[in-house]
Ligand binder design. Structure first.
Ligand SMILES: Cc1cc2nc3c(=O)[nH]c(=O)nc-3n(C[C@H](O)[C@H](O)[C@H](O)COP(=O)(O)OP(=O)(O)OC[C@H]3O[C@@H](n4cnc5c(N)ncnc54)[C@H](O)[C@@H]3O)c2cc1C
Length: 500
């Protein structure tokens, strides 16, 4: 069962949690080559910006081989062949069984720089792992050096300035726990164990984007370790090309060690939920499409087909209860044959925890619900009954109005972000799941040239080029300038092209 921010029902505060998370690889101390300098993740605040011990570039350059690298790190280090290696290389999506050369649990910027330097000198690709929740399994790669930021998680909230700063491995639950304590929030995804950076750098499919823009639109500053080991500050007046590129371009440009977010007061969402089951799915979907064609910025909406229970639609209105009640009447009238389940919700840092599993996904960004697209999705729903989920979430308001070239994130204009997903537990079901996702993902392409890069499988350059569209040449040029050797290629890869 797939849960995303688009599913408004998940925002109720007291959701039951499933019992397993794969946040932390199963590290044991004796598994590691360790310099004895390991610092806990509780580095002092501002720690994303400071090294715990000053060290010169000569020391960084001395990491001539893997053993030296392991000895030089403050955090722990695990090589291929060490006991515990197999547990540690697992990521959330168990469909990806990859073997990195080594894994470094970085606890500060020195560690990150050493790893990057090693990768560059020895032409070993660097795979960045934050929360480990990439559907495409990008946090681990065959033969790569993994920079694992899972222990690099400090959060600071400046209530007066309404800004939160997080280190590069922070998860959503850690960010929102800290901001909600100050009565503030920033648009984020629904699952508390997803990495903040992995979500934000790709754009973000987030709650509240109609009012405030999506996650990357609220990223007001960042710190980045580039392929040549430089530590750069990014923001409106600092390294603006990189600041533009990381807002949508994913982990292509280096390791982001700090992210600064704009914060907003918490609003209550007033929700109406309708269950349609298995009949008339296409018709319900078209009615949903009509309702979301034009909406106030306060509105959030999702159409879902659950493998077990069938189709449903949910609309949430953020803020004023009277305005919400008046608006939701429209939905009740459109779906009058169905009971409306009314509720209110506020952001919940844990969100919904979706247990680690094997899953196939594909995505599409539709400009509306055309008859053709609704037909494909309705057929997909029936064909995938019992094993295929579909979610279609509205992107509108501020997130839609920001200019296509203002950031690298290409999903501007009002639209519906679709994700098809199918999970399996028995190996013999793998082919069925992959085939369903591939068949209906491909069938949607005539209506969707774009897709959210975090909702698609590892994809060839031509698909990535098509998705980024007008922004691709600029991204490729910035990639060539800062990562000409494509050190950071365990991602939806933007190829370095100096000519752009
Ligand atoms: C259960 C579940 C729910 C989800 N819900 C949502 C949702 O509501 N909204 C949404 O938008 N997405 C959602 N996603 C998708 C999610 O945003 C992406 O999978 C994202 O890549 C996860 O980031 P991560 O750090 O956890 O993953 P990882 O696998 O650790 O990282 C994935 C990639 O992100 C990049 N990256 C991560 N951290 C950094 C960093 N510090 N510096 C540079 N690059 C970095 C790297 O390229 C890395 O390989 C969900 C995924 C799952 C599995």
């Amino acid at each position: 069962m797939l849960y995303l921010q688009t599913d408004l029902a998940l925002l109720t505060e007291h959701q039951p949690l499933t019992d397993y998370r794969i946040d932390q690889p199963h590290w044991t101390r004796r598994d590691f080559v360790n310099a004895g300098l390991a610092t806990a993740c509780a580095v002092a605040l501002g720690a994303c910006a400071h090294t715990s011990m000053p060290r010169g570039s000569a020391a960084i350059g001395a990491a001539a081989d893997l053993d030296d690298l392991g000895q030089s790190l403050h955090g722990r280090f695990l090589r291929d062949g060490s006991p515990g290696y197999d547990g540690a290389r697992k990521v959330w999506n168990l469909a990806y069984d990859r073997h990195p050369l080594a894994m470094a649990r970085c606890v500060d910027i020195d560690d990150v720089r050493r790893c990057v330097e090693f990768g560059r000198r020895h032409s070993v690709p660097v795979a960045i792992r934050g929360g480990g929740h990439s559907y495409a399994g990008f946090g681990v790669a065959d033969g790569a050096l993994q920079v694992d930021l899972g222990a690099f998680t400090t959060v600071t909230v400046d209530q007066g300035r309404r800004v939160a700063s997080v280190c590069g491995g922070t998860r959503i639950r850690e960010l929102l726990t800290a901001t909600l304590a100050a009565g503030l929030v920033t648009p984020m995804g629904s699952c508390g164990s997803v990495g903040v950076a992995g979500l934000t750098l790709a754009g973000g499919d987030t709650a509240g984007r109609g009012l405030y823009g999506t996650a990357c639109d609220n990223l007001i500053g960042a710190q980045l370790v580039t392929a040549d080991g430089a530590v750069l500050e990014l923001g409106p007046q600092q390294n603006e090309d990189l600041y533009w590129a990381i807002r949508g371009g994913g982990g292509n440009f280096g390791v982001v060690t700090r992210l600064d977010f704009r914060l907003y007061p918490v609003l209550t969402s007033h929700n109406a939920h309708f269950e349609f089951g298995w009949s008339g799915i296409g018709e319900a979907m078209r009615a949903f499409g009509g309702l979301v064609r034009e909406t106030p910025d306060e509105v959030r909406a999702v159409f879902a087909v659950r493998a077990e229970t069938g189709a449903s639609a949910t609309c949430g209105f953020l803020g004023d209860p009277a305005a919400a009640a008046a608006y939701l009447e429209k939905w009740r009238a459109a779906f009058r044959r169905f009971d409306a389940k009314m509720s209110t919700s506020t952001p919940n840092p844990e969100g919904e925890v979706w247990a680690s599993t094997s899953v196939a996904v594909d995505g599409a960004f539709l400009e509306g619900v055309s008859d053709g697209a609704a037909g494909v999705l309705a057929r997909a729903a029936i064909a995938g009954r019992g094993y295929g989920d579909i979610l279609m979430g509205l992107s509108s308001g501020v997130a839609a109005r920001i200019g296509m070239t203002d950031t690298a994130y290409p999903l501007r204009g009002t639209g519906l972000s679709v994700i098809l997903s199918s999970e399996w537990t028995r190996p013999e079901d793998r082919a069925r799941s992959q085939q369903w996702v591939a068949e209906y993902g491909t069938a949607l392409r005539p209506w969707a040239h774009r897709a959210y890069v975090n909702y698609i499988p590892p994809s060839p350059p031509e698909r990535i080029r098509e998705i980024y569209g007008v922004n691709y040449p600029r991204l490729a040029k910035i990639k060539a300038r800062y990562d000409s050797g494509n050190l950071f290629r365990s991602n939806q890869n933007i190829l370095p092209e100096a000519g752009g």
